[in-house]
Design a protein around this ligand. Structure first.
Ligand code: MN
Length: 289
């Protein structure tokens, strides 16, 4: 069985723009840098937070990305997104937006207007998934994955299920197109239900307890905690000890150098310099504020 390598309590939250109050789990301590969870090179977790009503939607203004994908999973609240390649839309509870920045986009991310006006509970994960070098300069792409398009796989007879976003579970495929082997799912388990996951040993794997609590390898893990799994074996299981939602991430490491600065993740320093030059020269297109 895969061992638990590390359980991380949520680090102090900070704001991204004024709309996302996040705990950064990747990179976090010296134990979990961009390489350790590769191809997942960044993970911001907005634990459940109540936003008061606002007439001006909170969020993050226009900014660039190149060389990777941003994946936003909405658990509570609604987010609107626009990018310079024409991609965009609104995601609500249970939905996912998968933006392949690749050669470069400008985008902005805000609380959706009616959500903002009413205020309410907000809970999201934003992940950065690295791209293999051969795809870093490919055409940007946008996938809006509604909750109803996700693949649900029943676990036991309790009404528990795996909600598959990307990759496979028991040879069933999830809806997201990916550029390297990546698994993302939510285990939505009733109290007492147990689930087993199997990934190749070298796939970097972690869990976040989004709701409720669970037990893994005899360790109790509470809400909002991050569990880094060891690469000692393929299989692991965990058991919900209340009605729970557990985000499961696993992916084949991309064994290439990582050169990252701000919103750009490339393979070399020269490519980073080029990214800044191209951005300043307006080559990422145009997006109004
Ligand atoms: Mn962004």
């Amino acid at each position: 069985m895969r061992a638990v390598e590390l359980i991380i309590t949520p680090p102090e939250p900070h704001f991204v723009g004024d709309g996302f109050r996040v705990h950064t789990f990747i990179p976090s301590s010296f134990r979990v840098d961009m390489h350790r969870m590769n191809p997942f090179i960044m993970l911001d977790y907005n634990s459940k937070h109540f936003f008061e009503p606002s007439d001006n939607p909170r969020g993050v203004g226009v900014h660039p990305h190149r060389g990777f994908e941003t994946v936003t999973i909405a658990y509570k609240g609604r987010v609107a997104h626009h990018d310079s390649s024409g991609g965009g839309g609104v995601i609500g509870e249970g939905d996912v937006q998968w933006m392949t920045a690749a050669s470069g986009v400008l985008h902005k991310e805000y609380h959706e207007e009616s959500f903002s006006k009413k205020g309410g509970w907000f809970q999201m994960v934003q992940l950065w998934v690295n791209l293999p070098s051969m795809y870093k300069m490919s055409t940007p792409k946008y996938q809006a994955i509604k909750n109803s398009e996700m693949t649900n796989i029943a676990i036991g007879n309790s009404g528990s299920f795996i909600e598959l976003i990307a990759g496979e579970f028991q040879e069933i495929k999830g809806p997201a197109d990916t550029f390297s082997p990546v698994h993302i799912s939510n285990a939505k388990l009733k109290n007492g239900e147990r689930v087993t996951y199997t990934f190749p040993k070298h796939y970097n794997t972690a869990l976040i307890v989004i709701e409720g609590e669970m037990m893994i390898n005899g360790k109790q893990v509470g809400t909002d905690h991050f569990v880094l799994m060891s690469n000692n074996d393929e299989q692991f299981d965990f058991k919900a000890t209340s009605d729970s939602v557990v985000l499961v991430l696993s992916g084949e490491p991309i064994n290439e150098p990582i050169a990252a600065h701000g919103p750009f993740v490339m393979n070399s320093r020269d490519e980073l310099v080029q990214a800044f030059r191209d951005f300043e020269a307006g080559k990422f297109g145009y997006l109004a504020d």
